[in-house]
Write a protein that binds this ligand. Structure first.
Ligand code: DAH
Length: 339
């Protein structure tokens, strides 16, 4: 019996040394230590031994069991460690593999130019004011000296919500809202969306953007208007840009003008872009009409001011040489990807 126990101990040790997986280890454990295992089979024969031999063999059997159990545990640790090493090797990160490129978005061309315009005016001490896109008739027309029967309303037909409430046709109503709330000195620009019931084509859209400007203080003259807008044009289109003021008419300014800048395509020589003129119109402006100042509670005998309105789409189209306004709204990545 002693020989049998010793050979079990030897065999188990040899088998355990070869085990490399958890399953193999479990099979060995069952084979030697399990209820129907080899050690149990030997112990069942204890009854055949003499009373003197029994305790000696019993102790030897216990020692063999303990030794095998300890070996099983050690082997289990070893297998776990090996499996971890193997796993780490398999999951190794190859930093030389080419990465997946994630597409970064960027500003829309309308916002590229709008941010530049804001920067320029903020740098000159202007604030940014906002107003609602759904506006009262009073702010959009009446207070701007455009009464109900005024022909200027024909060129600015829009979407009416009620008889007195509409989608604003211009950012000029923000002038009124600012003057109602704030006493001069006033220096603001107000960018925003405007609406007109125009059919869509290369130069028209029922929704577009304007940037309004308003300066009111004591002693403001047409010279301030010209100097400020010239500085603006030079910053936006380059130092060599010249501006030209042409007399015009707006109901809310007197006198009024349109302002042209030298054509950036030909530099003023005349080309198809400027239709041979050398200049391109970019905005409307003028000295705020005394009636408008009065409607807002500003005394025209004490204060004067100038105002202007720029079409953002026009600025963007000239700047990037875009010939169709619709491209700005279609969200076509082939177009947007170029900026
Ligand atoms: N609101 C005018 C338009 O939509 C543009 C404009 C012209 C605004 C002259 C002004 C201005 O403030 O003084 O056509």
């Amino acid at each position: 019996m002693k020989d049998m126990l010793e050979s079990i101990a030897r065999d188990a040790k040899a088998a355990l040394e070869l085990a490399t997986t958890k399953q193999e280890l479990e099979n060995i454990r069952v084979k030697y230590l399990g209820k129907k295992g080899e050690l149990t089979a030997v112990l069942k024969q204890m009854g055949k031994l003499s009373p003197e031999e029994r305790p000696v063999m019993g102790q030897l059997a216990n020692e063999v069991r303990s030794a095998i159990e300890a070996l099983v545990e050690a082997t289990d640790e070893k297998i776990k460690k090996e499996e971890l090493i193997k796993k780490l090797k398999e999951e190794k990160l190859d930093v030389t593999m080419p990465g997946k490129k994630s597409a970064l978005g960027h500003k829309h061309p309308l916002n590229i130019v709008l941010d530049e315009v804001k920067d320029i005016f903020l740098g000159m001490g202007f604030d940014i004011a906002t107003g609602p896109e759904i506006e009262w008739d009073y702010y959009n027309f009446e207070a701007l000296n455009i009464p109900k029967d005024h022909p200027a309303r024909d060129t600015q037909d829009t979407f009416y919500i009620t008889e007195n409430m509409l989608l604003r046709t211009q950012t000029s109503p923000v002038q009124i809202r600012v003057m109602e709330k704030q006493a001069p000195p006033i220096r603001v620009i107000s960018p925003g969306r405007v609406f007109r019931s125009d059919a869509v084509d290369a130069t028209h859209s029922p929704l577009f953007h304007q940037i309004e400007g308003l300066v009111v203080d004591k002693g403001i003259t047409m010279g301030d208007l010209k100097g400020t807008l010239e500085a603006f044009a030079k910053r936006l289109y380059g130092e060599n840009t010249k501006i030209r003021l042409r007399p015009h008419h707006f109901p809310f300014t007197e006198p009024s003008c349109e302002i042209d800048v030298t054509c950036f395509k030909c530099g003023g020589k005349g080309c198809p872009m400027c239709k041979g003129e050398g200049f391109i119109e970019i905005l409307g402006a003028g000295m705020v009409h005394p009636k408008v100042l009065k409607a807002c509670g500003v005394d025209p005998e004490v204060y004067s001011g100038y105002a202007f309105g720029v079409g953002l789409e026009r600025l963007v189209m000239f700047r990037f040489d875009i010939d169709d306004m619709r491209l700005l709204y279609e969200n076509d990545m082939r177009f947007l990807g170029q900026f």
